[in-house]
Design a protein around this ligand. Structure first.
Ligand SMILES: [Zn+2]
Length: 202
């Protein structure tokens, strides 16, 4: 990893939760493989004193995205269950931002997330406002999943006026349709996101 991180940047780690990893309720193939690719970036941003934010899908048990409520997904990332926990091997060096925590609201994008405060309560500070408060202009994005939450987080970052670099080796797709991940990458690129690989030898 020889390229230096850009000035005024932050790292966004999207939904690296047990339910999206092998063995989880909405497992993504190789979902856990993003963890060893993200950890060197976490170390790097921490060392540089740059902000790192972690988003979580954080659903109530009757969430509208679940099939039993007419939604498209199996029950996943239910609040305060182990499935909603971040992957145990992920290095956590920044605050959590929870999203889709109301039964009738879906939020794929991390920009639908709000800061979890020191008491573990969801505050009213949005991810975008938190980033701006830290003087962030450029976000690096990795995590799960390429075709849903990484895609929408990246598109929203650009819409919010941030520059975005997607860590291309540190994302994985659900691929409900076989090409969804590839199409999502194309969509993010068209919208203006840069892509960058990650060396594992760091
Ligand atoms: Zn969800």
């Amino acid at each position: 990893m020889t390229e230096s991180i850009k000035a005024n940047s932050a790292l966004l780690v999207v939904d690296v939760q047990n339910d999206f990893c092998p063995g989880g309720a909405l497992a993504v193939e190789e979902g856990d493989q993003v963890v060893p690719r993200l950890n060197p970036w976490v170390e790097r941003f921490a060392k540089a004193g740059r902000p790192i934010a972690y988003t979580r899908d954080w659903h109530p048990r009757e969430h509208c995205s679940f099939r039993e409520q007419g939604g498209p997904w199996p029950v996943h990332c239910v609040q305060k269950t182990s499935g909603a926990d971040l992957h145990p091997d992920l290095k956590v060096k920044g605050p959590l931002f929870d999203k889709a925590f109301k039964a009738d609201e879906e939020a794929y994008s991390g920009f639908g997330g709000f800061l979890v405060d020191a008491n573990g309560r969801i505050s009213n500070l949005s991810l975008a406002d938190w980033l701006r408060g830290h003087g962030v202009k450029h976000v690096y994005i990795g995590g799960l999943t390429t075709d849903y939450c990484v895609r929408t987080t990246t598109l929203d970052a650009l819409k919010e006026g941030f520059e975005a670099t997607v860590l291309g080796d540190a994302i994985r797709a659900v691929n409900v349709h076989p090409d969804d991940g590839r199409r999502a990458v194309e969509e993010m690129k068209r919208a203006g996101a840069e892509f960058m690989g990650v060396s594992l030898s760091v």
